[in-house]
Ligand binder design. Structure first.
Ligand SMILES: C[S@@+](CC[C@H](N)C(=O)[O-])C[C@H]1O[C@@H](n2cnc3c(N)ncnc32)[C@H](O)[C@@H]1O
Length: 250
């Protein structure tokens, strides 16, 4: 699973070029201002290519991003400055010599942690790097929505001047483990030379219910302040794929 994003990083920004990073950042800033108005610095777990971080810096925050994919860190560090930096790290086992007001983990990063030990380790390490009263904000796949909507085969096509990509997603549901293994077949083609190659990737994703997050929070020294649909703020339901949780370090 560690190599999942190695190839993915080559076309990640293209794949998500229509993702509303600015609107998401505005939403996150509203949450931070509401729950921790004096917050200044942020630890981002699974920071990808640094899109949210870049926009959060523009809002006046200082950011350290942790990301296990060296290729993504390299892209993100292309825009690093004294306010933002990115390091290659596993979010379940990092040690950095700094404490933060807020930890963020965005776009289902926590759902990539499919086993209990990795989850507990991540929550514990996050707590250790937060000031007392610090926030941990993350979004995860929501079990009631996964059961109601059942993930299906999907095809996504996207292109730029340099590359044309067709991505097929084939989900396998492991209901007893709260897990969906998304198998991607990605065909990338150079429109000029006609050369193409096919990449296969597995992304095992775990989904969560609120009691499960409450238990994790309880076991690792956090309290759950609130949960809502990511971005829309509506109460979670079987229609809500991505739920945002706001936790506070006790
Ligand atoms: C869907 S991407 C989201 C990236 C970024 N947060 C965004 O919103 O664009 C999930 C990211 O989580 C990272 N990731 C997953 N598990 C990780 C782990 N254990 N440690 C560090 N990064 C991890 C992946 O490498 C990938 O960049």
């Amino acid at each position: 699973m560690n190599q999942n994003f190695k190839l993915y990083s080559q076309y990640y920004d293209l794949l998500y070029k229509d993702k509303p990073y600015q609107a998401e950042t505005d939403y996150l800033v509203t949450l931070i201002q509401y729950y921790h108005s004096t917050a200044k610095n942020i630890l981002e777990l699974g920071s990808g290519t640094g899109k949210h971080a870049q926009l959060l810096v523009a809002k006046g925050f200082q950011i350290v991003g942790l990301e296990r994919s060296p290729a993504m860190v390299e892209i993100a560090n292309g825009m690093a400055n004294e306010k933002v930096s990115f390091q290659v790290a596993d979010i379940s086992s990092f040690e950095i010599n700094q404490s933060f007001d807020v930890a963020l983990s965005l776009f289902h990063v926590i759902s990539y942690l499919t086993d209990n030990q990795s989850l507990i380790n991540t929550f514990n390490h996050t707590r250790q790097h937060l000031h007392t009263g610090g926030l941990f904000i993350f979004d995860v796949w929501h079990s009631p929505a996964v059961y109601a909507q059942k993930p299906e085969q999907r095809i996504k096509t996207f292109k730029s001047d340099e590359i044309e990509v067709v991505r097929r997603a084939n989900p396998v549901i492991y209901a007893e483990h709260n897990m969906v293994e998304v198998n991607y077949t990605i065909e990338a083609r150079n429109p000029h030379s006609g050369e193409s190659n096919v990449i296969e990737e597995k992304h095992p994703m775990r989904h969560f219910s609120r009691p499960e997050i409450e238990l994790l929070a309880f076991a690792t020294g956090f309290e759950v302040l609130h949960s809502e649909e990511f971005l829309s703020k509506v109460p979670p339901s079987s229609k809500t794929w991505g739920v945002c949780y706001i936790l506070r370090k006790k």
